[in-house]
Structures are given as C-alpha cells and as structure tokens.
Design a protein around this ligand. Structure first.
Ligand code: TXA
Ligand code: MG
Length: 329
C-alpha cells in the first residue's frame, strides 16, 4: 500500500475535530480515542475508504466492522431493534456495548464494512472526543481497534503509531483510554440475546437488566454466526504467553494481580502487577499497555498468574486466552 504521512492531532486543540472530520469525509483513515480502546475510523458509506482500512490493518475482509454513531437515536436509521435490544441500548448507551442487529441502513454502512452480512454491529461510544468527532462527521464511522490485525489493541495514541504510522492519515490523541478492553458485543438479531464477546459491560450488568442468564455464542451456527472476527489467536504480543502460571521459569516476565507472587518469582526477568490492590477495573485499563511494555523488554515468555474471572475478569481472561493461543503460520 502507498505510504501516508500520519499526523498526530491533539484533541485539546479545538481545530483538531474539524480536521479529523474533513479527513474522514475525503476518504481518509483517522484513529480516534473511545472509552475502551483507540479505534481506526473511516467513512462507513465509502467502500474505498473501508478497503484502505482493511489494508492498513492487514485485516481479513470477512471480518465485519462496528458502525460508531454520535447518538443512540441515529442507530434506528441503520438497525432494527427488538424490545430486548432497545432495553440494552437505553441502559448502556452511550457506553462500551456493541449491539448486533438486522441491518436496514441502505447505503449508510457499505457491504464491505458489513462483510456482506445482513446484520450490523452498532456502538455509541461514551467519550467526549469520539462523540465530538462523530457528531461533526454526521454519519456512521467504522471503528475497528487501531492496531495491526491480530496484535494487541491500543489504549494510547503512541500504541496506534507503533502499529500504523505511515499507513493512516491521522491519530487524534487524547491520552490513555478509561476502560482498556473492547466493548461487550451482544447478538440481538434473534429472540434470545447472545454474548459474542465479553467486554467493558459485564455479564452480571446485562443479566441484572434482562433478569435472565445471558446465552453464549453458538460457534459455527450457520443461521446465527458468532462474531466472524473472534479468531482464536488475537490480542497477541510477540512474546509467548503462558496462562495460569503457578511457577515462574528463569528469565520469564511475570504478569500478575493483587500482589500474587508464584514460586520462582525471584527468577523473573521483570514483574508487572496489573493492580496491586486487586481492582479488576484497573487491571482491564492496564492490560494491553502491560503486554506491550513487557514485549519491549524482549522477554521470550510472559507468565500470567491466575486472575479472578468475575466481572471484568471475564473480558480479561478472554483476551489473555487469545493472546496465549497458538499463532497461525
Ligand atoms: O470497543 C470496541 O468495540 C472497539 C472500539 C474502537 O469501538 N472496536 C473494536 O472493533 O473492538 P474490532 O473490529 O476490533 O472488533 C469488532 C468485533 C469483531 O470481532 C467483529 O467480527 C465483530 O465485532 N462484529 C462486527 N460486526 C458484526 C456482526 N454484524 N455480527 C457479528 N459480529 C460482528
Ligand atoms: Mg480488534
């Protein structure tokens, strides 16, 4: 792909939003902050822009993109919301929830962005800069995480530059993101809600609202496909990732939680505690930055101590499981 000059736009400069919105209008690629991770924005209605986006990320085009909008009311123009979907939207939007619903948006989200599916994933981010950009642009913006496909998602503008400098037009920088793991994705296309990806809204929050257990995705169900992009190896640093480590080998990095120090810790090359006080919100916010930082030390292997799986721990465990999965190729 031809190289692009990537400008960093400071979100604290009011002119940056208009510059970024103009870039999107002219088919450009602009990374922007959300409350979860930085997204790579492109005009959802512009197939050329979307094709460039897949190319910049190195992402397979069978993996659909989430349409981001400024206002929940705009979502009704592109998706069909049943009663359950409306209830979730009312409770959690704006916020870290993506709803997959039947598509009814005409040309607003191009077929390439939806990977040819009859459904669309929609999200209303809870972040002032994302909101300002989406409102200024005035239409759906696709926003996959702004990393090379398969790599760790970016929670700071510098992470975006590490992966995508020279491949996109701009990064809108507003510092680290608050939640740190991606949105929860729920399939609301059928009578029963299904959890496609755990994320920033916990299972318990959803179950408390709907008053019933949340069903899981059915893998390889032709009628109701799980998220096509939920590839097993994903969110992966260069170093090997070893889960549920109860013993640390010499020279490994230790990624731990709540002060846990498994036997062998004294032989670790480096130790990083995601939250010494044992807070899962803090651990989620620091997870991807920690994987990048440990990678930078050049360790061959990252040993991960056991973490709780309650609340945000479900999303953390999901991402660590994919970071540890066998890699293609
Ligand atoms: O928090 C987030 O969701 C971030 C920020 C930037 O908004 N975005 C994000 O996008 O994580 P991405 O592309 O990295 O992950 C989106 C996931 C993919 O696994 C994709 O397969 C799934 O959403 N997805 C999108 N549209 C879908 C659809 N119509 N049906 C099922 N899964 C869908
Ligand atoms: Mg991603």
């Amino acid at each position: 792909m031809p190289s692009r000059r990537t400008q960093t736009l400071s979100a604290s400069n009011p002119a940056s939003i208009d510059i970024a919105a103009d870039l999107l209008r002219s088919g450009g690629l602009v990374a922007f902050p959300t409350e979860t991770v930085y997204g790579l924005g492109a005009d959802a209605a512009n197939p050329d822009a979307v094709a460039h986006l897949y190319d910049a990320k190195g992402r397979p085009a069978f993996n659909p993109l989430i349409a981001h909008l400024a206002y929940a009311s705009d979502a009704l123009q592109i998706g069909a919301f049943n009663a359950a979907a409306q209830k979730l939207a009312a409770a959690f939007w704006p916020g870290p929830l993506t709803l997959v619903v039947p598509y009814q948006g005409g040309a607003r989200v191009c077929e390439l962005a939806r990977a040819g599916l009859g459904t669309v994933g929609i999200r209303i981010p809870d972040h002032p800069v994302a909101h300002a950009l989406l409102a200024a642009f005035g239409g759906p913006v696709v926003g996959p995480s702004a990393n090379r496909s398969g790599h760790v998602s970016p929670t700071e503008a510098a992470h975006v530059s590490e992966d995508l400098a020279g491949r996109i037009d701009a990064v809108l920088d507003s510092g680290p993101t608050r939640v740190g793991v991606e949105s929860t994705i729920i399939d609301a296309t059928g009578p029963e809600l299904r959890l496609l990806r755990p994320g920033g809204i916990t299972r318990a929050q959803v179950e408390a609202l709907i008053g019933a257990p949340l069903a899981d995705a059915v893998p390889n169900d032709v009628a109701r496909p799980a998220s096509p992009g939920r590839l097993l190896s994903h969110y992966a640093p260069r170093a090997r990732v070893r889960l549920e480590a109860t013993h640390i080998a010499p020279g490994e990095a230790l990624l731990t939680f709540a002060g846990a120090r498994p036997p062998g810790t004294e032989q670790a090359a480096t130790i990083l505690d995601l939250s010494p006080e044992g807070r899962l919100t803090e651990a989620a916010a620091r997870l991807y930055g920690a994987l990048r930082a440990l990678d930078e030390t050049g360790v061959p292997s990252i040993a991960v101590a056991p973490l709780p799986r309650t609340g945000l721990g479900e999303a953390i465990a999901d991402r660590l499981g994919r970071a540890a999965a066998p890699r293609p190729g």
